[in-house]
Design a protein around this ligand. Structure first.
Ligand code: 4G0
Length: 270
């Protein structure tokens, strides 16, 4: 059981977490999601949670007191708790991070609004993360995206037939094209090899198409790829099919097979 606590001024925004797979995960007791409205911890009689920045400037900032009070009031259930702050200044969230978080007992997401946080709020956070290089009206949607990515990795949340381990982003390659029936849809045919029943050929075709997609759509992923020996013949074929591949291969050494090891001859060094 993993416990997720969300500190937000807009708890009503989290209704979508009670649908579909996330709903089933909560009903099955695999995850518990708690919402805390930190306006309840506002100190002033007008329940202010934001204020103008010292030094001037446009916009409002979240005040430290309500967030500190809300965090201090959380029941300390586990020592394996991680506090996460969503902001455009954070490290970019990725699949590896979701995998790591899915092993924690408790995650606390702090959702900011307005133009940002008083800097002292940052010291509460174990991690400051961003969905990407864009600004949202608040951290709520970012938190929901990250929670979804984490919860589906908890064992038992996805059906046994779907394994999150096979997700393309876990292995650093994009997914190969997939097809279902009919074999011929208005003249667009499913690639012959997939109907052949030849498992080794299908595996090879899928690997090749994954490589092709990754090179064409996400060249930024290439530098971290680890190739098996059988990949080099696929890269050879792809180089003939895409002239841009030849250029990639001069840029990245690891796209060429390692040099054949010289056979040690008995009269060497003589
Ligand atoms: C902190 C996260 C929070 C600072 C939150 C805005 C985008 C993301 C917020 C700001 C967010 C993201 C400085 C505008 C709330 N927007 N990319 N909005 N500033 O993950």
């Amino acid at each position: 059981m993993i416990k997720i606590t969300i500190l937000t001024l807009f708890p009503e925004m989290f209704v979508p977490l009670n649908e579909s797979i996330l709903k089933r995960a909560q009903e099955a007791g695999l995850v518990e999601i708690n919402l805390v409205n930190f306006r309840d911890y506002a100190v002033s009689k007008h329940k202010n949670v934001d204020d103008i920045p010292y030094g001037g400037g446009a916009g409002m900032l979240l005040k430290p007191e309500p967030i500190f009070a809300a965090i201090r009031d959380l029941p300390q259930v586990s020592h394996h708790r991680k506090l996460i702050l969503m902001s455009p200044q954070g490290h970019v969230f990725h699949q590896k991070k979701a995998e790591e978080w899915s092993t924690h007992q408790e995650l606390v997401f702090m959702c900011g609004h307005y133009e940002g946080f008083d800097e002292r709020i940052r010291e509460l956070a174990d991690e400051e993360v961003s969905l990407g290089d864009y600004v949202l009206t608040g951290g709520e949607l970012a938190a929901m995206v990250m929670i979804d990515a984490v919860v589906r990795l908890i064992p038992g949340v996805l059906g046994e037939e779907v394994s999150a381990e096979e997700d393309s982003h876990s292995i650093g390659l994009l997914e190969y094209p997939q097809y279902t029936r009919p074999a011929d849809f208005e003249g667009r045919k499913v690639p012959e090899v997939l109907l052949s029943g030849h498992h080794a050929l299908i595996k090879r075709w899928r690997r090749k198409e994954s490589l092709r997609r990754t090179f064409l759509r996400r060249p930024d992923l290439i530098k971290d790829l680890v190739f098996g020996l059988e990949d080099y013949s696929l890269l050879e074929e792809l180089t003939l099919e895409h002239e841009e591949f030849a250029r990639w291969r001069t840029k990245w050494q690891h796209l060429s097979p390692p040099p054949k090891r010289q056979r040690r001859s008995s009269n060497r060094n003589k």
